[in-house]
Design a protein around this ligand. Structure first.
Ligand code: GRF
Length: 212
């Protein structure tokens, strides 16, 4: 069975979704960059090994990356999943995990890379927003896209209501994408990912739309 290491920094709801999806994978460890991350407790409750590589205990990014890679590699995972991991990773680190490092991002990339995606989406007035699972490459939030899910932006949305709607989809598509990886369905070539056996849904999301 393949093995997975999950990296977190905070509450860990995506990590929890991955655990509860009962994927055909051994979750070898959950590693947090933040000793206070709520997700650590959730992982322990599921009897998953946890480690902390404290970002504040390392003088610079290179030292942090080296320490983190050492801990990850001690578990020899087939796949590393970033789940609310709030550190920017250096090129050397990212290249070491080429093709086996995934991230979930709360926007329809390439729109709104970076932080505060829901506030920025509301400010931009987009009518459709969503989330993206992608392979990680050195340029933050720009790696090859594996899958996306779109949700409407409603007239009364706040960043709280919008993020809740998007998060529901994150919890759905991240386990799905990882399942595809585990089933060897993902082919990565020239920055594009294809999913063997996937049926493309041709229904259209229009937002807003007039009824009748
Ligand atoms: C999620 O929206 C994830 O997409 C983003 O940070 C948030 C983390 O939430 N990268 P959680 O820790 O998984 O609950």
């Amino acid at each position: 069975m393949k093995s997975l290491v999950i990296l977190i920094s905070g509450r860990g709801s995506n990590m929890q979704a991955l655990i509860e999806a009962r994927l055909p994978v051994r979750i070898a460890a959950v590693i947090s960059s933040n000793p206070e991350a709520g997700g650590l407790e959730i992982a322990r409750m599921h009897s998953i090994e946890t480690r902390v590589v404290d970002q504040l205990a390392h003088p610079d990014r290179a030292a942090f990356d080296t320490a983190l890679a050492e801990v990850i590699d001690s578990f020899q995972p087939d796949l590393v999943a970033l789940a609310g991991f709030m550190r920017i990773l250096g090129d050397k680190f990212v290249e070491h995990y080429h093709g086996r490092l995934m991230n979930i991002h709360p926007s329809l990339l390439p729109s709104f890379p970076g932080l505060d995606t829901h506030t920025r989406a509301l400010k931009a007035g987009v009518k459709i927003h969503g989330c993206t699972v992608h392979f990680v490459t050195p340029q933050v939030d720009h790696g090859p896209i594996i899958t996306q899910s779109a949700v409407p932006v409603l007239p009364d949305d706040t960043s709280k209501t919008l993020s809740a709607r998007v998060l529901q989809q994150e919890h759905r598509i991240y386990p799905e994408a990882i399942r595809w990886f585990l089933e060897d369905r993902l082919q990565l070539s020239h920055n594009h990912v294809s999913v063997s056996g996937a049926v493309m849904d041709d229904s259209v999301l229009n937002s807003p739309k007039l009824l009748g």
